[in-house]
Design a protein around this ligand. Structure first.
Ligand code: SAM
Length: 342
């Protein structure tokens, strides 16, 4: 019905429409990663639309539409007349097999995209539901390909934050670190590099153990990184550590389970040891938007949520930790650390 429209604050005029179309940028981004368009532009660019279509084995009309969208999204730029190249941001983050690239993470989104249908499923059932009714970690245990895709995605998302974390982590005097639920060991690699005296034990489910061993071997860090089969909840954690790292672990679990994890971290530590929580935190104003949106991912993937520094501090103090400190590390990431009293 066409009629007089309700007047709203001009700065809110396009808020809903812009939120609605934002998914197109995300879809174009994922399609560009999966079809290799970003890779070809990186290796062979600048290229015309026709040359890019031919080199990628794609339809020229499709590539033209994609270029127009990605150019407006500042992932592609026109250089010279009719030739396209990646912007520096896309060249760093959208190309496969580059250190720090987000391509692995974005690629996983194709199969497990946070679609409206999935969010509705989470809203109705309370999640997790990304693989249907199955528990995601049990699915990874049963399907090595899913476990591998997930480890690769976690590696992609953690590479740059890991380097920044290594610069801020107070581990100068630590000798033994437990990386609980450490994925393929991306953060342990950065910490082992930054602190040559440190040995990192990456505790993981069986499906992920080969990924840790491969990464440690690839990085030449077999002496400093070892994989340990274990269960965060079902088995006792080993003890005698100077530091325990929980990177993107607290946000996977309910508040009660989070409290249990912190008690277990406390018991795994020597007196004077440090717990390190690495998360994308929610600020007092409810933002940033990128971190608040991760709550939807957590809904469909896990039993958890994104934490604020205040909530974490409370939980850490309840577990017996003292001297809680929160600091920003890289982009949306923060480190919250605390000490087991000596
Ligand atoms: C969100 S990922 C975080 C990976 C890594 N810490 C990082 O920040 O990149 C959660 C990890 O916890 C592991 N995990 C899930 N349930 C577990 C359990 N019961 N025991 C041990 N590890 C578990 C998963 O295999 C996965 O690698």
């Amino acid at each position: 019905m066409l009629g007089p429209m309700q007047t709203i604050d001009p700065q809110d005029e396009l808020r809903v429409y812009d939120a609605y179309v934002a998914g197109r940028l995300s879809a174009g981004l994922a399609a560009g990663v999966r079809t290799g368009l970003f890779d070809v532009l990186d290796s062979d660019g600048p290229l015309s639309c026709a040359a890019l279509a031919e080199a990628s084995g794609l339809h020229e009309r499709g590539v033209r539409a994609w270029l127009a969208a990605m150019q407006a999204g500042q992932l592609v730029q026109e250089v010279g007349s009719g030739d396209f190249a990646l912007t520096p941001a896309a060249a760093r983050d959208c190309v496969r097999n580059k250190p720090g690239s987000l391509a692995g993470l974005i690629d996983m989104e194709i199969e497990n995209f946070l679609s409206p249908a999935l969010v509705i499923e989470g809203l109705r059932g309370g999640g997790p539901c990304v693989y249907g009714d199955g528990d995601p970690w049990a699915e990874h245990a049963a399907d090595p390909a899913k476990a591998r895709a997930f480890s690769d995605a976690m590696h992609a998302i953690a590479c740059s934050p890991a380097l920044a974390l290594a610069e801020k982590a107070p581990l100068e005097n630590a000798r033994r670190l437990l990386d609980a639920g450490g994925g393929s060991g991306t953060i342990s690699v950065a910490l082992a590099r930054a602190f040559p005296q440190l040995h990192c034990t990456v505790l993981e489910i069986p499906a992920v153990l080969p990924h840790i061993e491969e990464r440690a071997h690839e990085e030449g860090l077999e002496q400093q990184i070892s994989a340990l089969q274990g269960d965060l909840f079902a088995q006792a954690w080993p003890t005698g550590f100077d530091a325990v790292l929980l990177s993107q672990i607290m946000h996977d679990w309910s508040d009660d389970e989070g409290a249990r994890l912190l008690r277990r971290a406390y018991n795994a530590l020597n007196p004077g040891g440090t717990v390190l929580i690495h998360e994308k935190l929610i600020e007092p104003d409810g933002g940033p938007l990128a971190n608040a949106l991760v709550n939807l991912d957590m809904l469909v993937w896990t039993e958890g949520r994104q934490w604020s520094a205040t909530d974490l501090e409370q939980l850490m103090q309840q577990a017996g930790f003292e001297g809680v400190q929160a600091q920003k590390t890289y982009g949306y990431w923060s480190l919250v650390s605390a000490t087991r009293p000596g």
